[in-house]
Design a protein around this ligand. Sequence first.
Ligand SMILES: O=C(O)CCC(=O)C(=O)O
Length: 265
Amino acid sequence: MTIALGQLNLVWGDPAANLAQVRSWTAEAAEQGADLIVFPELWSTGYDLARAEDHATAIDAGIFKATASLARAHGIAILGSCLARLEPGRIANTAVYVDATGQTRAAYSKTHLFGLMQEDRYLTAGERLELVDTGWGLFGLAICYDLRFPELFRSYALAGACAVVIPAEWPEPRCAHWRTLLQARAIENQMFVIACNRAGSDANNRFCGQSCIIDPMGDMLVEADDQPQLLIAELDLSLIAQTRARIPVFDDRRPELYSGSNSGS
Ligand SMILES: O=C(O)CCC(=O)C(=O)O
């Protein structure tokens, strides 16, 4: 499976300008043979949450519909998050996976809202985790701040995920956390971690880029710097079984000793 990461510099509050960038990068990724392209968190608007009411649409309309058409036109799956109107009065930061025929296969609303970006003021948290069957394997969905919650990743691993995909807008001052936590999630769960951050700045933050794909041993298959760029890497999914056979973490777990939501088998 070949995966592209579209590390864009976003235009604040301008879905048309951001969609134009997404269009051209999707075409390029498809030309280069990618099966899936991942874009950053809230790629159509950035963190323009004060105008969330204006930007949000149902996941079968607006920016989501345009993304589905793009996927169909180029025969490539697309994942990234945008503002979604889930029901009247409820707006969420929602990552949607559309397959290469333009079908919406999964929608995950960020379950851990990030107070530093005022998400708790404007958005409603998602209430469930979401796995998508990509045709190559099950991928778990997470968004940015979710990275700080290892239980979410372990839940996906226990449910059979071979990768977790993470669109993000992760600010520069905590770049070391981004890199370290992504690597830890890949190593501890012996799965692929596919993370697409944004580049550039908005009025409040500078973002660190460093989008990457990490394999089940924790090795970087591809890694960006802080500039806008399109990255492409091929995943060898057999590495998951190889890694788990060599270091059998999942056989050696002692769930009976753990408390909390991951105490099951
Ligand atoms: O956890 C962090 O430091 C960054 C999280 C974040 O920027 C987000 O969730 O949008």
